[in-house]
Design a protein around this ligand. Structure first.
Ligand SMILES: Cc1cc2nc3c(=O)[nH]c(=O)nc-3n(C[C@H](O)[C@H](O)[C@H](O)COP(=O)(O)OP(=O)(O)OC[C@H]3O[C@@H](n4cnc5c(N)ncnc54)[C@H](O)[C@@H]3O)c2cc1C
Length: 359
């Protein structure tokens, strides 16, 4: 029995891991890009650990520690060090309740969940991705953009842009909802249009490295958010700056001694995001001189924003899929956008397919 997992983001990798552990199932993962991880991107730069996408997960969530344990990297989980968030009022940083700060950033979590803090990995969120990719090495195929699905008897034919097709007895679509929705519409799942229409918010993250001596003000806590009333106001320099994480204070090992790593979140903008982030941060935390370097990540379609009837729509689509041969959906577009929710979703999709295979 052969299962094709489409997408090697965290949801697809976990689905493949879960299927491979079942035994008796031949798993292939097809990924359009040339690297695994999807939105999870960690880069090691001159002793700094730079996160392009997620930088942690809620301490109360057990999915990643459990996965890390299975992968033999359980001891690599690290706890948040600096705690507390401030709000930039346009003229000063003032303490703000952490739950409220999370809400302003669109993090789906209760105040109590946020109070327990965040966790990550010693080498960043890319660590479980690298461990999964290593374990799944023989099953991962990069540069394979899935262009279409065709039903073939009791299974599927998976068409690849500019390459030979793959035949499969089962499929896990671990793609952003807009990409999965398009593929499902093409196989006649009319309700899948609602998936294709799930909006994904654009954002930009900019990591900037400084010498500690360049930072004029004391960096209290783990970072700050910018008051929504300040955004766009004339007197506020950080026009596009929405928030900043003091990465080297938040988690251990993010910058070499004597250095500071900051990560700014910007609203979509034209112009130079690194320059804009530096100018905003210089004003808020009193930076002298230029950054040693900066790294910009553009997320044109980053985090999904669920509408009021999202859960209902997803349940309807899944109901339709249950009438097709062994086809499951997984990932941030459906049951929660956080990394832990994606791990859960990947496992559940794999178990659904494995159960259907056993019938
Ligand atoms: C800036 C940012 C910060 C975040 N911060 C946090 C955080 O701190 N904590 C947290 O818990 N969550 C955070 N999140 C959310 C979380 O990181 C993501 O929701 C999650 O990683 C998504 O995983 P996924 O596997 O569902 O999808 P993706 O990572 O999007 O993976 C999907 C994969 O499918 C591939 N693909 C797409 N189309 C095709 C195709 N046609 N054929 C083959 N492959 C295809 C893509 O290349 C990609 O690799 C953040 C997200 C963003 C954008």
């Amino acid at each position: 029995m052969k299962v094709v997992v489409v997408g090697a983001g965290i949801a697809g990798l976990v689905a493949a891991w879960e299927l491979a552990r079942h035994g008796g199932i031949d798993v292939t993962v097809l990924e359009a890009e040339r690297r695994p991880g999807g939105v999870i991107v960690t880069e090691q730069v001159d002793g700094f650990v730079v996160e392009g996408g997620p930088d942690g997960f809620l301490a109360g969530e057990l999915e990643l520690p459990e996965l890390a344990h299975e992968l033999g990297i359980g001891e690599r989980v690290v706890n948040q060090r600096a705690r507390g968030t401030a709000v930039w009022t346009g003229t000063a940083l003032e303490p703000i309740e952490e739950g409220r700060a999370a809400q302003l950033l669109g993090i789906e979590a209760t105040g109590a969940e946020v109070k327990a803090g965040f966790r990550s990995f010693a080498n960043g969120m890319g660590e479980p991705v690298a461990a999964l990719a290593q374990r799944l090495a023989g099953t991962l195929c990069f540069g394979q953009e899935v262009a279409g699905l065709v039903r073939q008897g009791s299974g599927w034919r998976v068409a690849i842009t500019g390459g030979p097709a793959h035949d499969a007895d089962g499929i896990v679509l671990a793609l952003p909802a807009y990409a999965a929705g398009r593929l499902l519409e093409s196989v006649g799942v009319a309700d899948a249009r609602v998936l294709a229409q799930v909006p994904y918010a654009a954002s930009i993250t900019v990591s900037l490295a400084y010498r500690t001596a360049q930072i004029g003000n004391r960096l209290d806590g783990a970072g700050f958010v910018v008051d929504a009333n300040v955004v766009g106001a004339q007197h506020a320099a950080p026009l596009h700056l929405r928030a900043c994480t003091y990465s080297s204070s938040k988690f251990p090992g993010r910058a070499p001694d004597g250095h500071v790593l900051l990560r700014a979140y910007l609203a979509p903008m034209n112009g130079d995001p690194a320059q804009t982030a530096h100018a905003g941060l210089a004003k808020v935390v009193g930076i002298r001189g230029e950054p040693l370097w900066s790294r910009v990540f553009h997320w044109n379609r980053g985090l999904p924003r669920y509408g009021a009837r999202h859960a209902e729509h997803v349940a309807e689509v899944r109901q339709r899929l249950s009438r097709l041969p062994r086809l499951a959906i997984a990932g941030a577009g459906y049951d929660g956008a956080g990394v832990s929710a994606c791990v859960r979703s990947g496992r559940e999709a794999a178990r659904l397919i494995a159960r259907a295979m056993a019938r």
